[in-house]
Design a protein around this ligand. Structure first.
Ligand SMILES: [Fe+2]
Length: 353
């Protein structure tokens, strides 16, 4: 029965499919010994680099060089103070569907920024559609379309549980992929700054050697997240590759951080039971497709519709077994003032930032 999926697994080799567990070709020991994983990396990186170059005219030469060299960008004082305050007010007051995910002792809330919230969250939408921001996102993702965006609140130490798995250094996937955070709060050691290893997105010989070894090790026995294609890295391996370690991007509110999350990164440790809120964007596309696409509103609508259907499908599937999906709807956004979190029981997701 399992080999009936062979044609699908074969086709998935030329997509963003990354799981060593659910695709028996991607997770095949002998094919990885022959270099399958490494070949996918080299090919996808070459194509994505070309796509980013094609979309690089919308950013400054300094931004382009910095992103290609270090794997991340930081933009200070993105909006005039009055507009920044208006966004914060809008986010604080909005009444919209909230989805929640629990990972370790961290609770994450998201409100999707799609057509359904274009009026109630108009300030957020217009910030993300600003030409400068849009061009930076398109360049970073190598995709000529808007990313998927959310209002995201990270709530550190809000539930009882083990440590948050997103706080381990990792690479999201085998190919370049873009995430960005437009912070509405100041970010520091209290509420956990984004950590990134500068330059770790580049394909050095030592990185390829590590990827090769890791792909073989996972076929034998890998941790859950690495087996799903989001490779975890130890501090020792990082040193062996010649990196000093991650830097913590402690930035004030009204700062945009964009990163190529093929590079090693993690959610930084938070000293306190604390929160941070941001406009969070993500863009992933087939890294083997050499065309960056056409920016048409219908493409954005289709993208949002597909995501909405996927979320509903996950809800229905989980409901059949009496549970709830990894990203399930909650009735309200809990605040720091809540003495005890009283939401749904813990769930897990390998797909978070
Ligand atoms: Fe990540």
């Amino acid at each position: 029965m399992k080999y009936a999926l062979f044609p699908l697994w074969l086709l998935q080799l030329l997509t963003q499919a990354k799981s060593f567990k659910s695709n028996r070709i991607i997770g095949n020991l002998w094919l990885n010994k022959l270099g399958l994983h490494v070949v996918r990396i080299i090919l996808s990186h070459s194509i994505m680099h070309l796509r980013m170059r094609m979309l690089s005219r919308g950013v400054t030469p300094e931004q382009r060089q910095h992103f290609f060299k270090h794997g991340y960008l930081v933009l200070d004082n993105v909006l005039p103070a009055i507009e920044f305050e208006a966004i914060k007010r809008e986010v604080a007051e909005v009444n919209a569907e909230v989805r929640e995910c629990i990972q370790g002792d961290t609770l994450t809330h998201r409100i999707v920024l799609d057509e359904g919230t274009s009026e109630s969250l108009s300030q957020c939408h217009s910030m993300l559609r600003d030409k400068t921001i849009l061009n930076i996102h398109k360049f970073g993702s190598g995709k000529n379309n808007v990313p998927v965006s959310y209002i995201q609140t990270i709530k550190n130490h809000f539930v009882d549980g083990p440590s948050d798995p997103q706080k381990n250094l990792h690479s999201d996937t085998f190919h370049p992929t873009m995430k960005s955070w437009y912070f509405l709060d100041n970010v520091d050691d209290d509420n956990g700054p984004f950590n990134y290893v500068p330059g770790s997105h580049r394909l050095s010989l030592s990185r390829l050697k590590w990827e090769y070894k890791k792909s073989i090790a996972i076929c034998n026995d890998g941790d859950r997240y690495s087996s799903n294609g989001s490779f975890r890295i130890t501090p020792e391996d990082l040193v062996e590759m010649g990196f000093d370690g991650p830097i913590a991007l402690k930035v004030p509110g009204n700062t945009l951080v964009m990163a190529n999350t093929h590079g090693f990164h993690r959610r930084g440790d938070a000293r306190l039971r604390s929160m941070r809120t941001e406009l969070w964007s993500i863009s992933r596309s087939n890294p083997f497709n050499p065309f960056p696409g056409i920016d048409l509103p219908i493409m954005t609508k289709l993208q949002n519709k597909a995501l909405s259907l996927h979320r509903q499908h996950c809800d229905r599937k989980a409901a059949k077994t009496g549970g709830h999906s990894s990203w399930h709807i909650v009735e309200s956004r809990n605040t720091l003032e809540d003495s005890e979190y009283s939401g749904s029981k813990s769930s897990t997701s390998s797909e978070a930032a």
